[in-house]
Design a protein around this ligand. Structure first.
Ligand SMILES: [Zn+2]
Ligand SMILES: [Zn+2]
Length: 139
C-alpha cells in the first residue's frame, strides 16, 4: 500500500493519504491531534468520565470523542460506568472497534491485521446489574 490522493473528510482538500488513520489533510490532522491531546489531558487529570462529560468539558462533539475511541487513540478507563461496544458482538470494550475474540475471528478470515482491538473491561457490569447493590429502589 502506498499513498493515494484522497479528499480530506473535514475540509475537502485533496491530499496524499498514507493508507491508514483518519482521512484528514495535514492541516486538519494537526487540529485533530490537538483535540485528541485535549481529551487525553482531560482524562489524565479527571480520571473516569463518560463521553458526555468529556464533550462538555473539552467542547469536542461526542461523536468525535467516540471516533477517537474507535481509532484506538483513546481508551475508556477501567471502572468507567460506560464503555463502547464491539461492532461485531456488542460486548463492552475500552477502545477500538472489536473485542479481542472478534478481532481474532475477523483477522483469521481475511489474514489482515486489525489495529482497532479494544480491551474488554475486567469488571463488565451491564445496565441493571447494580440495581440491588447498596440501596433500595424508590418509586
Ligand atoms: Zn482538511
Ligand atoms: Zn466482539
Amino acid at each position: 500500500m502506498g499513498f493515494t490522493v484522497e479528499c480530506c473528510e473535514n475540509c475537502g482538500t485533496l491530499f496524499n493519504y498514507p493508507g491508514f488513520g483518519s482521512k484528514y489533510c495535514p492541516l486538519c490532522r494537526e487540529e485533530d491531534t490537538k483535540r485528541r491531546d485535549t481529551v487525553k489531558e482531560f482524562l489524565r487529570s479527571h480520571g473516569n468520565a463518560n463521553m458526555y462529560e468529556i464533550s462538555l468539558a473539552t467542547g469536542i462533539p461526542e461523536k468525535q470523542v467516540k471516533q477517537y475511541l474507535r481509532d484506538g487513540m483513546l481508551e475508556i478507563p477501567e471502572g468507567s460506568p460506560i464503555y463502547i461496544k464491539c461492532e461485531c458482538c456488542g460486548c463492552d470494550i475500552r477502545s477500538g472497534r472489536w473485542c479481542p475474540s472478534c478481532a481474532a475471528r475477523l483477522s483469521a478470515g481475511t489474514k489482515g491485521s486489525y489495529v482497532s482491538v479494544g480491551e474488554v473491561p475486567r469488571e463488565s457490569m451491564g445496565p441493571g446489574k447494580m440495581r440491588f447493590i447498596g440501596r433500595h429502589e424508590k418509586k
